[in-house]
Write a protein that binds this ligand. Structure first.
Ligand SMILES: [Fe+2]
Length: 330
């Protein structure tokens, strides 16, 4: 059996470890909580950590980590992954040891696998919270106000939606929340509307990691965060929006350095027990009850798309040239 409790952290490969850690801390209000030779870990509040920056290439997503639920041991999860035919990477319990790394690729016990698109997935054992009260009632480990509440979800573009969906449901145990037409699916593991979304895109840049999302308290906190990011030279690829699917008020910040976007969001739908998946028509209202669909650059990560987006060229009537198959140049 397998059961996930929550998303634990996102691991990003970065070019300049110290510079990236300082940047994520200054711009998103994260706090450095752990430093090793090859990685730095940052937290939103007093959770263990939400973001793991790793020195390496290619730049961008290395892995997404999930914490197992209290009733699911690492050994049970390992057996389930093996039964499901998922590859176990060196360093996982029961898998061959990584060369030169007797403790695995990290010092914590964890399972490491990959999804059908080749993205890393890490499963961490359940860690009983030292203090089970909600965060606002716990002593603050992070003294800085204004930080996000938590890492909430991730989003991927995929050219093989059936394979990715089968992996995240049958192999990892997520459940479908909603469909958008037949090209988008949102998945949950607890009462949050989604912990992951998969968006079908038949052509490059898919498969591609699209965004990680931080939960902020409300639209007032979102305003403060977006003003702060604007003063650091950041811009929005899309938003603020009110998603029909998920209900979250969301804004998407371009992060060229790590080939992804960061979503800041609040007010996501809370699911009832026994939630039944819904099928939304793929229209403007389902994506944004407040207004516009995103520019095409929102689905791209190449330099031409980023330059177009930074100058808002699509809004000025200058279309974005199609992406060539090499994914890098139009
Ligand atoms: Fe999102």
């Amino acid at each position: 059996m397998i059961a996930l409790r929550r998303i634990d952290h996102v691991g990003l490969r970065v070019a300049d470890l110290d510079g990236a850690a300082a940047r994520w801390a200054a711009q998103f209000g994260l706090t450095e909580v752990e430093r090793r030779a090859d990685r730095i870990r940052l937290a939103c509040d007093d959770e263990p950590y939400a973001l793991e920056l790793i020195a390496g290439t290619p730049l961008g997503l290395d892995h997404v980590a999930y914490e197992l639920a209290a009733g699911c041991s690492l050994e049970q999860a390992r057996a389930h992954l093996l039964d499901a035919g998922a590859p176990l990477a060196p360093g996982s319990p029961g898998a061959p040891p990584a060369p030169g790394a007797p403790g695995g690729r990290d010092q914590e016990p964890a399972l490491h696998t990959t999804d059908p698109d080749g993205f890393g997935v890490e499963l961490l054992p359940f860690r009983p919270p030292a203090d089970s009260r909600p965060a606002h009632a716990r002593p603050a480990a992070n003294p800085a106000p204004g930080h996000p509440r938590k890492l909430g979800h991730v989003n991927f573009l995929t050219a093989d939606l059936p394979a990715q969906l089968a992996f995240y449901t049958a192999t990892l145990g997520m459940a479908v929340t909603d469909w958008l037409g037949d090209g988008g699916v949102w998945l949950h593991i607890n009462a949050d509307h989604h912990v992951m979304a998969l968006i079908a895109q038949p052509a490059p840049p898919a498969p591609h990691f699209h965004h990680l999302a931080f939960d902020v308290v409300d639209i007032g906190a979102l305003r403060v965060a977006l003003d702060h990011l604007g003063r650091h030279g950041r811009w929005l690829a899309w938003g603020p929006t009110r998603h029909g699917v998920g209900g979250n008020i969301a804004a998407y910040v371009r992060i060229p350095e790590e080939n992804c976007l960061v979503e800041l969001y609040c007010d996501m739908e809370v699911l009832e027990r026994g939630h039944v998946p819904r099928h939304w028509p793929d229209d403007r209202h389902a994506s944004n009850t407040w207004g516009q669909l995103p520019p095409r650059s929102y689905f791209r990560f190449d330099a031409a798309a980023i330059a177009s987006e930074a100058a808002s060229l699509e809004a000025l009537g200058i279309p974005l040239a199609p992406l060539s198959p090499d994914k890098e140049t139009p």
